[in-house]
Design a binder for this molecule. Structure first.
Ligand code: ZN
Length: 142
């Protein structure tokens, strides 16, 4: 295993142990979407607050495997402050990357690059993806 793989694994475990932006906000201005992945017990809820086309807040509650929980945490951290269009572009690129499809390498995936190795493990693609699919769905509810 390369040093980069080790570093990525450490970052994923750190997010798993200390998830960022955890806990939902009871406010009708937030859009929430919950998605479950029965194959490994992942249960993810993503929440966004959009004001003037900007993601002002992103909250998450995730239980399940380390990949799914860390993915929700990394996503929440990256997306706060982004314009909706930039957030969607980033999310689509991330989903293509972990699914081993072509993606635009000029789009900066920021810390979400740590999930680059997931494509080697087809069973884990859904784990890495569900937070991002739920996140996109919250934007579609706007
Ligand atoms: Zn999982």
């Amino acid at each position: 295993m390369s040093n980069l793989d080790n570093l990525y694994r450490e970052i994923i475990m750190e997010h798993y142990k200390n998830p960022r932006n955890k806990g939902l906000i009871d406010d009708a201005n937030y859009q929430s979407v919950r998605i479950k992945n029965p194959s490994c017990g992942d249960d993810i809820t993503m929440q966004t607050l959009i004001i003037d086309g900007i993601i002002k807040d992103c909250r998450q509650v995730a239980t399940g495997c380390s990949i799914s929980v860390a993915s929700a945490s990394v996503l929440s951290e990256i997306m706060i402050g982004k314009k909706i269009e930039d957030a969607l572009k980033l999310a689509d690129n991330f989903l293509n990357m972990v699914s081993n499809k072509d993606y635009d390498e000029t789009v900066d995936l920021e810390e979400a690059m740590v999930f680059n190795g997931v494509k080697q493990f087809p069973a884990r693609i859904k784990c890495a993806s569900i937070a991002w699919v739920a996140f996109k769905d919250t934007l579609n509810k706007e």
